[in-house]
Design a protein around this ligand. Structure first.
Ligand code: ATP
Ligand code: MG
Length: 365
């Protein structure tokens, strides 16, 4: 059996600390014969700049392109504030997204019962919440042309951003959302603003067509993005999969994040198009949080977002659904037992450090 390849890019700050916990889990799963991963490791962000003078080397880019999935820690920190713009740590992630063609960003918002009191909402509104936000990542107003600030004849300035979406771009992100919904609770809520935006009109039409022609078994409804924001804080459990564009997805997924408590808990996945020959998608998995330089090296980092990101890789890149489920259950159980890193502790008093949290999750297998 050909080994499944994982390329690890721990990055900067707490990145290497939380990635180490994932590596321990992978080594354990391989030893037990539950997985057959081959691992390779590279540098990205500030650590790549220190070693090679770039945010990611060409050799590591090639490895990322060849791997079945990339696990990414986090990049950046004050140490690299002054580096040339093209070499800034974030440029490594942007290059990866671009070259891997990652157009679909998946952000689950899961509220573990043991942490429901950490949400900004009431316990009964969020307890047991399990929704998935699917955000288009490579189009829309972030990249549309023209994009400029021009000075007018009267000296006033005029700023222009352009929202552009093509049928193809909407179809491919819609298929990702529908496929995911089929494997979940069979519902997609597509959020746009067709009442004021042409791109919203097209979005609505294309999603409706794909839903009718290819996914008759998935229930589709359309919701205006502002109403979606409101419904997310009013009664988020009404949703299963939320499908939306780049800009609305940015905002809605941050709302999703606050529903669940801490930044240290949130995983994400970014997927590309299926390969014509193998059907496999390029994929990168990373925690939502950054490199947290303020706590790097102190053992305070919560490894759960990174471990849950690996869980998403098991699910979406390798089809190891049962194992991914076991990992989620292991996380829920250690939280249920009261284990807390500082970020999720009630009065900020940690009961475990990074390594103990990782070890406790492993011990649940
Ligand atoms: P970026 O711009 O890279 O997203 P940021 O400035 O938004 O970074 P983060 O690095 O995500 O910020 O950290 C924000 C705060 O949350 C920091 O105080 C950090 O210590 C805390 N934090 C982030 N991730 C974790 C984690 N895994 N465990 C514990 N605390 C965390
Ligand atoms: Mg941030």
């Amino acid at each position: 059996m050909a080994k499944n390849s994982l390329f690890l890019l721990p990055g900067d700050g707490i990145g290497p600390e939380i990635m180490a916990e994932v590596e321990t889990i992978i080594a354990f799963l391989n030893r037990k014969g539950l997985t057959d991963f081959s691992l390779d490791r590279g540098l990205v962000g500030g650590s790549a700049y220190d070693a090679h003078g770039v945010a990611i080397s060409e050799a590591d880019m090639a490895k990322a392109l060849a791997a079945d999935a990339v696990l990414f820690g986090a990049v950046g920190g004050p140490k690299w504030d002054g580096v040339p713009y093209d070499c800034r740590p974030e440029a490594g992630l942007l290059r990866l997204r671009k070259d891997l063609g990652l157009f679909a960003n998946l952000r689950p918002a899961i509220c573990y019962p043991a942490l429901a009191d950490a949400s900004s909402l009431k316990r009964d509104v969020v307890e047991g919440l399990d929704i998935l936000i699917v955000r288009e990542l490579t189009g829309g107003v972030y990249f549309g042309e023209p994009k400029e600030i021009v000075t007018l004849e009267n000296g006033e300035k005029r700023a222009v951003d352009t929202q552009v979406y093509t049928t193809h771009e909407i179809e491919r992100i819609a298929r990702v959302a529908f496929d995911l919904a089929k494997a979940r609770n069979g519902r997609v809520s597509s959020a746009e603003k067709r009442n004021v935006m042409k791109s919203g009109v097209l979005w609505n039409q294309v999603v409706t067509k794909i839903g009718r022609e290819e996914y008759a078994d998935v229930k589709l409804d359309h919701i205006l993005a502002d109403n979606c924001a409101m419904q997310l804080v009013r009664y988020p459990k009404q949703f299963d999969v939320i499908l939306t564009d780049n800009l609305f997805g940015d905002v809605l997924s941050d709302i999703g994040a606050m529903l669940t408590g801490s930044l240290g808990m949130l995983p994400s996945a970014s997927l590309g198009a299926p390969d014509a020959a193998t059907g496999k998608r390029k994929a990168l998995y990373e925690p939502v949080h950054g490199s947290a330089p303020d706590i790097a090296g102190t053992g305070a980092a919560n490894p759960i977002a990174m471990i849950a990101s690996f869980g998403m890789a098991l699910r979406y890149s390798f089809g190891l659904i049962d194992l991914a489920g076991k990992l989620d259950e292991a996380i829920a159980r250690v939280l249920g037992k009261g284990l807390r890193t500082k970020d999720i502790a009630q009065k900020g008093e940690a009961t475990v450090d990074t390594r103990a949290m990782g070890a406790a999750i492993l011990a649940e297998f």
